[in-house]
Design a protein around this ligand. Sequence first.
Ligand SMILES: Cc1cc2nc3c(=O)[nH]c(=O)nc-3n(C[C@H](O)[C@H](O)[C@H](O)COP(=O)(O)OP(=O)(O)OC[C@H]3O[C@@H](n4cnc5c(N)ncnc54)[C@H](O)[C@@H]3O)c2cc1C
Length: 383
Amino acid sequence: MIRDPELLNQLVDTISRFVRERLIPNEVRLAEEDAVPPELLQEMKEMGLFGLSIPEEYGGLGLTMEEEALVAIEIGKTSPAFRSVFGTNNGIGAQGILIDGTPEQKAQYVPRLATGELLSSFCLTEPDSGSDAASLRTTAVRDGDHYVLNGTKRYITNGPEADLFTVMARTDPSNKGAGGISAFIVEGDTPGLKRGPSDDKMGQKGAHTCDIIFEDCRVPAENIIGGKEGQGFKTAMKVLDRGRLHISAVCVGVAERLVEESLNYAIDRKQFGVRLADHQLIQAMLADSKTEAYAGRTMVLDAAQRKDAGEKVSTLASCCKLFCAEMVGRVADRAVQVHGGAGYMAEYAVERFYRDVRLFRIYEGTTQIQQLVIARDMVREVS
Ligand SMILES: Cc1cc2nc3c(=O)[nH]c(=O)nc-3n(C[C@H](O)[C@H](O)[C@H](O)COP(=O)(O)OP(=O)(O)OC[C@H]3O[C@@H](n4cnc5c(N)ncnc54)[C@H](O)[C@@H]3O)c2cc1C
């Protein structure tokens, strides 16, 4: 749903200009320094990017899902690590509190998340529980007016820097499945919360992950999200529904950027006396990538509109994540191919994007998990 087309166009134009004029020129610096330049972080905060999908009453821009998807497509046209910092805040870091938090929890944390004063993270994955997230082992044991957390969370985006963590932990040891899990808000400076060293990743340099280790970490009982035990896994799944649409939109943006990079290169370079773009086998790659990026855009916007209309879109969100993450992988592969040897060289953006996009098929539910979710929902619907 687009509430005010003129206002949204202005926002998308502003973001598009910011991407073109400020972020794209700093992509190499981002990768080389493995950090978002501080002045760009400040500009992102001033533009409201940390509060895109946070309701206006908490100081965010309160975008609908369709509006957020259109913005995420624009942001996708530059290195995904730029998005990772604020996307995590708007998305998996804040949504648990927003969707299921008590009014007091929302009032205490969400306004500061919306401005970027607080940076947040989402802690679900563990060393022995990834795709099978419901088997997680981190424990939270009630002790008076606190819970005591013990366990390790793995590959946590924003982990090295975050001020606030949404942590899924088992409060009922007799229930080994989803029903035994609760979600907690844990402040980054709580004694007993430790951060492992930053992971050395394949791509998306500038976005950081690390282990988050809880050793007798005492969290106030009022920090259990929604005030009730046993709801945490459901909260995590609701958060991921929205996150999957957001990530799908980012994949579309990256794919559109790669189509543009491929086309420009194919027009500039000549082989056998003609432009690469005049060779039909190159044209086939360009056409396939353009078509797939368009298909991704169309399906993400359709699912987003349905979500705004109140439809339950878990299955469609998984369809989008499955298609768009795989699609951008194919588009990146073709982009390298169109560039030939240059595509293998760090000097060209496509080499970096080729590594960056690999992650989309893995996090927020792997491709195989999306397939399982879609098929499970299909079978459940008819039976
Ligand atoms: C850079 C990065 C950032 C991340 N950020 C976060 C974060 O902020 N918060 C967080 O909680 N997690 C985060 N993750 C973790 C991510 O969500 C998990 O890595 C992902 O869910 C997969 O889990 P796993 O790595 O344990 O792989 P596994 O679950 O061990 O899967 C290995 C392979 O087996 C397949 N597989 C597993 N089960 C099945 C099955 N039943 N049927 C068929 N195939 C199956 C998988 O698809 C995959 O191909 C991040 C990961 C990375 C790499």
